[in-house]
Design a protein around this ligand. Sequence first.
Ligand code: SF4
Length: 414
Amino acid sequence: MLLINKIPELLAPAGDIERLKTAVLYGADAVYIGGKQFSLRAKAINFTPDDMREGVIYAHERGVKVYVTVNIFAHNRDFEGLYDYLSFLNEIRVDAVIISDPGILSLVIEKLPNLNIHLSTQANVTNLYSAKFWEKHGAKRLNLARELSFNEIKQVREATKAEVEIFVHGALCISYSGRCFLSLYLTDRDANRGECAQPCRYHYRLEEKKRPGEFLPIEEDNRGAYIFHSKDMCLLRRLPELISIGIDSIKIEGRMKSPYYIASVVRLYRAALDFWKNRGITDNPKDDKLPDKFFDELKIIGTRSFTENFFDAPPTQKDMLYDRERVENDYVFTGVIEETGEDTLVKVKGKIKVDDYIEYMEKGLDIRSYRILSITDLNGNSMNEANPEQIVKIVTEPQMDNIEKNGVFRKKVA
Ligand code: SF4
């Protein structure tokens, strides 16, 4: 066994304050968030300035860092108001800004030198020379392009003193890390300004010009064909290799994703990092294996199936999901704990009924199963069922204890 000097930071997405609290509860070391302006994923729910201030205080009180995306490809007009925004981020003490545009980077270096700069994956660092360039120009951390193999990641790691961050989980672009005009052409929504409509995930049909309305069969199934549709990235299996080369941070994609997804993925990677921290890795980390229960949990998270992307070799057709939009799974998001104490208040996220069995997702990989005995609304009226976004009091068997605010429930279906 080798001693591990350093376990990477676990960096989680948070589209709003609710998701930030979920990520913190389930073990993130850091979260990345975006404001309403200057951020890709502009359509993510995103943070108002007040939410941001609250989120930073909440995270810092729990020892968690907050990074803010300012990663648009800026045009001249975008610089209006940008300095004020960056000053605000500096004032509320965010731990870094995530940038892809050299113009924005220069502004930070010149005017706000105390603000840490993390380079966004959109800057496409694909080689060690590029890494050294950005390091020299003030980037404290580099999020490498997702299109790198393990050996390339290792070479970059060895060549730079900047921190190295790697995406390990989440949706992939079929184009080069988001540099894509498909959405702009087809829907007039520009991915490079955070408005991607994800047309690479649409299902397409083929029509010959002289036969309008006659669709030629390119179907993999009777719903169509998903000709640009990548599986999701998952490097859970490869963590020992990333740890062995001293990666500083592993990042989960998905600021648009639900609190359930965030809870599920964050706790899985938290448990995996803790497992390797306690057990150590060998000098042949490729052979270090996580127990099966990690992969059983992984299967429960709703996905488009998984690929390790470029890690061993460039992806091929087997890394695409041509025949359907998603892989079915048996679990649905049911609710979030709104209040604990004498009464347990739950914000419902998927319909619940009396007599349903729901599962509370603990930190780590364990779950606790409860049967719902009664549901009551906030006026004390008894209900047989509750629908999404209602806040209700529930009584269960066994009685709930040791549950935490922002904890997540799921339910097995059929
Ligand atoms: S259309 Fe697909 S590939 Fe292009 S930016 Fe959007 S998600 Fe990425």
